[in-house]
Design a protein around this ligand. Structure first.
Ligand code: HEC
Length: 433
């Protein structure tokens, strides 16, 4: 599904650019002045700086991960690169300068940010790689800040589909009210704020659509929210197309100086939002829809085979488990810490510090959803560790500290875990039942 969406974006992005390539005449003096590199505002430079920083961190993170023997799916890396390039094209000349002279160039700039750049960046799942790019000292600090209950709670709330959908819609409609739009065209700081709102809400929106978990609704909800966004932004595009008068006075003066018809300019902008953006939305929506069909087919198969056999057992077990689990959790933690002599809370933090989360999915650790190594869920219940060692506290600590001593051929690297950290990590893993 991600491949399909990325393909859609790679077709859609240049499509938007081609659609905007106006009349093919040479640039006028006015346009040449507006698109000179010297015309970049401090805000543009700051945004560019952020993109460069992200690119550098990402490259460093990739290199570190590779050295550790972990890999990032190639599609995700390409999506990230394409996303960064798209954002750079959107904020650099010539587009950035033309955006202040021609309304439809400004529309292309915004659509590139919201509908191509943001979803590509989100499809690239850059966070774990960026964190690695921070290096051994800053990474744990950043990881801890991201995993703090406040941060992950706020992120979960903001990327809930309804919330992200509403914020994104409000940003688009609000900023297209003529008072606000004109103010943004006339003032660099407001212009930067406008772009921050567009990019920020579209990042929330696309993260929610691509990676958010919304229980059973799954991709179905995402399809609904993507299509309804296509519909409401399409309506806004149609309003711009059919308005009989120029709606944004800020573009009257530049149009007069360029000798173009402001109403025609506005109609092209409206069509870009309505038809061209609608096309990209539709492709993305179809990608999600295909993923939805695939997923529900998988779920149905799994449900039919497993439920038929397990319903009665599962009901009894669930009843017993529910009554026991409340009191059992504390006992589990105490038991895990006694067995290992470690501290599970410190162990949880150490998991990100040593980069275990780049290879393993570990319940309770937000950044750990990797699939290089086996998931560490229910580790306390295993008979064997890595299929080789009997699952005892001593063996677990040994494996965590020096897996290559146990088996030189194993793909899991020695990460220099200290004795104490080994015990702490083992304590945390033994709480996973
Ligand atoms: C570069 C990727 C990578 C990193 C980093 C990594 N592991 Fe692993 N881990 C693996 C792989 C691959 C296996 C399977 C090894 C095997 O079977 O030979 C594994 C196996 C394990 C197992 C046994 C799992 C089982 O199902 O029996 C444990 C426990 C484990 N790792 C814990 C850790 C901890 C704790 C860290 C951090 C200190 C860590 N790993 C870091 C790749 C990694």
């Amino acid at each position: 599904m991600r491949a399909l969406a990325v393909l859609a974006l790679l077709v859609g992005g240049p499509g938007l650019l081609v659609a905007s390539a106006h009349e093919g005449h040479a640039l006028s003096d006015l346009e040449r002045a507006a698109t000179a590199p010297g015309a970049l505002s401090p805000f543009d430079l700051a945004a560019l700086g952020l993109l460069v920083l992200a690119a550098v961190l990402y490259a460093r993170g990739l290199r570190r991960l590779r050295r550790m023997g972990a890999s990032v799916p190639r599609g995700e890396t390409w999506a990230m690169v394409a996303g960064l390039v798209t954002m750079a094209v959107a904020i650099l000349p010539p587009l950035d300068g033309l955006a202040l002279l021609r309304f439809h160039a400004h529309m292309v700039q915004h659509e590139l940010m919201m509908l191509v750049g943001a979803p590509l960046l989100m499809a690239g799942r850059p966070l774990p790689v960026l964190l690695h790019g921070l290096g051994a000292r800053l990474r744990p600090v950043a990881a801890r800040a991201l995993q703090a209950r406040g941060t992950s709670g706020a992120w979960a709330l903001l990327t809930t589909p309804v919330v992200a959908w509403t914020l994104h819609g409000l940003a688009i409609w609000g900023w297209h009210l003529p008072v606000f739009y004109d103010a943004a065209v006339g003032n660099e700081a407001l212009h930067a704020l406008q772009h921050a709102c567009f990019v920020g809400t579209s990042v929330l929106f696309w993260w929610g659509m691509l990676h958010g978990r919304y229980g059973r609704a799954g991709y179905g909800a995402a399809v609904f929210f993507v299509f309804t966004t296509a519909v409401h932004t399409g309506i806004l595009g149609a309003i711009l197309t059919f308005a009989g008068v120029p709606l944004y006075p800020a573009y009257l003066a530049p149009a007069a100086r360029l000798g173009i018809d402001p109403l025609g300019d506005q109609q092209v902008a409206g069509l870009l939002m309505w038809v061209a953006a609608g096309f990209v939305f539709t492709l993305l929506g179809l990608g999600l829809f295909a993923a939805w069909l695939g997923e529900s087919a998988r779920r149905t198969r799994a449900r039919v085979t497993s439920l038929a056999r397990r319903v009665p057992m599962a009901l009894i077990a669930a009843g017993v488990a529910l009554t026991l689990s409340a009191c059992a959790h504390d006992a589990d933690v105490r038991m895990a810490e006694q067995l290992t002599g470690g501290d599970m809370a410190r162990g949880k933090a150490a998991l990100t510090r040593y980069g275990c989360d780049t290879c393993h999915t570990i319940p309770g650790v937000l950044t750990a959803d990797a699939t290089v190594g086996p998931p560490l869920s229910r580790l306390a219940m295993r008979t064997y560790l890595a299929g080789r060692l009997e699952n005892t506290p001593g063996n677990l600590v040994r494996w965590i500290r020096e897996p290559r001593r146990v088996d030189p051929q194993t793909a899991m690297p020695d990460t220099g875990v200290t004795e104490r950290d080994g015990r702490d990590i083992a304590a945390y893993l033994y709480t996973l039942r």
